[in-house]
Ligand binder design. Structure first.
Ligand SMILES: Cc1cc2nc3c(=O)[nH]c(=O)nc-3n(C[C@H](O)[C@H](O)[C@H](O)COP(=O)(O)OP(=O)(O)OC[C@H]3O[C@@H](n4cnc5c(N)ncnc54)[C@H](O)[C@@H]3O)c2cc1C
Length: 402
């Protein structure tokens, strides 16, 4: 039996290993168009490779996938973060967990992951052909004929398509009967022209609520102020869940920031008034009222026309109302986005309803399997995108080799 995996990235490579491990007698071949294997794994997580996330409950895990949430539930019962941690451990690679749940190799180097995969492929006898680009596939009676740019067509009984977000992979999927959800970027930061906060670049705050004005999209989490706008986990997560919505609006929208989501406007007002009564003769700038980074707090109260030298008892009710508004519902006009250097993915790909997730086989073309980013699945940042590659790759590989 000849199982041909198209794409030597995270999903394709893991699928090939799973296939060969399950069925050592099968010919498992990876065709990779570039000279390099696993190139995204190498640059991932700033060169450290955020392999997965310490979230071991499938029901919670799926919530990190703006697209693929429903479909990944059953696959995660078959192969989840605990399984990939174990898979690496049994091959001598230990993963460590960071405070926020992200998991990396203890070496802090993606080379550890790549070396482990290459060693495993050699041990199992997976055949690898680099600089071999698939141009098209033709379904024939007993399998598939592949055009790889040589005189002779290449034959496969089973195909695993793991071409990531490359347009040719989607073209080939279409030629085999599939529909493609229009690709748009996910995981990006927000650009704010003439950004009033650029002087605070580098300051972050742990818990804010960010909402896209006049939409259902909102997230709570850490926010980072940059020279050109907002970034940080809350923004990246918002960009992922609203990826399509924002693309349709050409990245022209308003974001509403609630700097203190744990307090209502009334609670904040009470806090400020209490501080005013307790410290009537102190300067406003010397009274700790809320826990926000000092420079950020100063910037925010200055927006409400307050100044640090003002005496607490001179602060009017009107000024307090304005300050509460700035703290709870300040709006910024966003125009454009910036790619997140640490991790980015594409939303869109092969339509999920056309794939059987128990096997990752196409419902439209027998013996064709999919895994990884070629599908209309993407996760938020934190190791979830690789987990999708491992899980769908493992299932596709084993199903194809059975
Ligand atoms: C900078 C960056 C950092 C990232 N960091 C992380 C991280 O730390 N953690 C995380 O979870 N996710 C991370 N991601 C996302 C993650 O890399 C992807 O989700 C993941 O690589 C998808 O795996 P894949 O195998 O589906 O696709 P890919 O890794 O893109 O692999 C597809 C492969 O198919 C090959 N190919 C395409 N077309 C053909 C063809 N016609 N013939 C032959 N070969 C072909 C390509 O050359 C490529 O090697 C990061 C992404 C980027 C861009």
């Amino acid at each position: 039996m000849q199982v041909v995996v198209i794409g030597g990235g995270a999903a394709g490579f893991f699928a090939a290993l799973a296939a060969k491990e399950l069925n050592p007698t099968a010919n498992v071949i990876i065709l990779e168009r570039s000279a390099k294997l696993l190139s995204k794994v190498r640059i991932s997580g700033g060169g450290r490779c955020n392999v997965t996330h310490a979230c071991f409950e499938p029901r919670l895990l799926v919530q990190n996938y703006p697209r693929g949430q429903k479909e990944l539930l059953s696959p995660f019962h078959a192969f989840q973060p605990r399984d990939i941690i174990e898979w690496f451990k049994s091959r001598g690679v230990i993963l460590k967990q960071e405070e926020d749940g992200r998991m990396f190799p203890v070496s802090d180097s993606s080379s550890t992951i790549i070396d482990c995969f290459l060693k495993e492929a050699k041990k199992l006898g997976v055949e690898i052909r680099t600089q071999t680009k698939l141009h098209s596939i033709k379904k024939v009676e007993k399998g598939f004929e592949l055009d790889i740019g040589t005189d002779k067509l290449f034959f496969a009984h089973h195909i695993i398509l793991a071409t990531g977000s490359s347009p040719i992979g989607w073209e080939i999927s279409k030629s085999l009967g599939h529909t493609i959800q229009v690709p748009v970027p996910s995981l990006f930061t927000f650009n704010i022209p003439s950004f009033s906060m650029s002087g605070l670049s580098g300051i972050s705050t742990d818990r804010v609520k960010v909402k896209i004005k006049d939409s259902k999209f909102e997230q709570v989490g850490a926010l980072l102020i940059t020279h050109w706008g907002f970034s940080g986990p809350a923004i990246l997560k918002l960009s992922a869940f609203a990826a399509r919505y924002l693309s349709e609006r050409n990245y022209d929208f308003s974001v509403v920031i609630d700097w203190l989501p744990d307090f209502t406007e009334q609670e904040l007002r009470d806090k400020i008034e209490k501080a005013r009564k307790e410290h009537p003769t102190k300067h406003f700038g010397n009274v700790q009222i809320v826990s926000l980074p000092k420079n950020l707090w100063k910037k925010l109260y200055e927006k409400a026309d307050l100044a640090s030298h003002m005496l607490m008892n001179s602060i009017s009710k009107k000024a307090i109302t304005k300050l509460c508004e700035v703290l709870k519902k300040e709006q910024y006009k966003v125009h454009g986005k910036t790619t997140n250097k640490d991790e980015f993915v594409t939303c869109g790909g092969v339509t999920l309803s056309e794939v059987e997730f128990k096997t990752m086989e196409s419902k439209l073309c027998k013996n064709l399997f999919f895994c990884g980013e070629v599908l209309d699945i993407d996760g938020i940042t934190g190791g979830f995108n690789f987990q999708n590659a491992w899980t769908t790759g493992w299932i596709a590989g084993r199903s194809a080799a059975k």
